[in-house]
Design a protein around this ligand. Structure first.
Ligand code: OGA
Ligand code: MN
Length: 331
């Protein structure tokens, strides 16, 4: 079986964003689109230029951006200059409900203290960096495993919008993305039919345990109660109409299978989806950079915390899914 922990390392994949060999840009109305990965049957990732973030984004432009989002699954905007309030306001234009932060370590200990934002950086309230072996350190290690956000929710999430607030990071700051639509499409027909009707149990505590077996071998009662598992189909229809794999390190068990054989298949598929041709590494260049991804048709991962890390201030809003598959499957 593939070793999930092999993913917890700092690296960049073959393709980066910005690319070292940029693809031709496209113009669509006022927007310039610079694609990241392009194959005969899939476009994945694009830098978008031409949005005026100083003003509220007009509804027509939001529509255009959503249609680009459906096509590319990961949109990158440079130097938006957005603050917390405008970050939240734009996210609210993309769906009715934003996810609420459970504040596992107490709202009073959260740097942002804003229930509609998740602090996924590495800075504590007093300005120090997250301490090695703190519970927050161990919790965050799971973000370095390939995943999609909140697949363990009964009502899953649709989009995540991660915004950088500056802080130059020595040695570079990266987030990595994988195209699960193209990966699905390249599977052999027999494999596709084997997967078609499978239902997967997603559990946050499963990915925490994989990344940090000792500390999260037994999550605390309030943690377990806050995030019970959820069930979703493995093969789903993506917003652009193609089939995709809905997968994450949170995926624990295929319904009706033993955990061990489930994990074998799940990690075989995650390995497949994260082959170099389906993956790119996005570089955070400057404060205000924002990446907006579709959790229904991609996976992503962070770089892990290290002893030599420098300050990184990135904040995420998460838009709850309101589509037909939002609630997954009742088992
Ligand atoms: C997230 C996440 C990646 C990163 O916010 O959901 O996985 O690079 N972040 O911080
Ligand atoms: Mn994530």
């Amino acid at each position: 079986m593939a070793n999930p922990l092999a993913h917890i390392h700092i690296r960049t994949y073959d393709t980066t964003c910005p690319r070292t060999d940029p693809l031709p840009s496209l113009q669509e109305g006022s927007l310039t689109i610079r694609p990241v990965l392009q194959s005969s049957d899939s476009s994945f990732g694009a830098e978008i230029f031409g949005v005026d973030w100083k003003k509220p984004v007009p509804d027509e432009l939001v529509k255009q951006l959503i249609s680009l989002q459906d096509r590319y699954a990961v949109l990158i905007f440079r130097e938006t200059g957005l603050d917390n309030a405008r970050h939240i306001a734009f996210s609210q234009q993309l769906g009715e409900k934003l996810e609420i932060n459970p504040f596992f370590y107490g709202r009073e200990n959260d740097r942002l203290g804003e229930p509609l934002l998740f602090d996924v950086g590495n800075i504590e309230l007093d300005g120090s960096l997250v301490k090695r072996d703190s519970r927050r350190w161990h919790h965050s290690l799971g973000n370095a495993l390939w995943h999609t956000d909140s697949s363990y929710h009964k009502q899953r999430s649709k989009y995540s919008l991660l915004l950088s607030h500056g802080n130059p990071v020595h040695g570079g700051s990266w987030t990595h993305f994988a195209d699960t639509r193209r990966a699905y499409s390249d599977l052999p027909p027999e494999k596709k039919s084997q997967l078609e009707d499978l239902i997967v149990e997603h559990d946050l505590w499963h990915s925490r345990k994989l990344a940090s077996p000792i500390i999260y071998g037994s999550p605390l009662p309030h943690e377990l109660a806050a995030k019970p598992p959820a069930f979703h189909k493995l093969v789903q229809i993506a917003p652009d109409g193609r089939k995709t794999l809905y997968l994450a390190a949170h995926a624990k068990r295929i319904v009706g299978w033993e955990v061990e054989e489930s994990q074998k298949l799940i990690w075989e598929l995650i390995e497949h989806c994260t082959k170099p041709e389906y993956v790119f590494s996005m570089e955070w260049l400057r404060g205000g950079d924002m990446v907006w991804w579709d959790n229904r048709q991609s996976m992503h991962r962070a770089n892990p915390y290290t002893d030599s890390m420098t300050a990184r201030d990135v904040r995420r809003s998460t838009v709850v899914d309101d589509g037909v598959d939002a609630f997954g499957v009742v088992v």
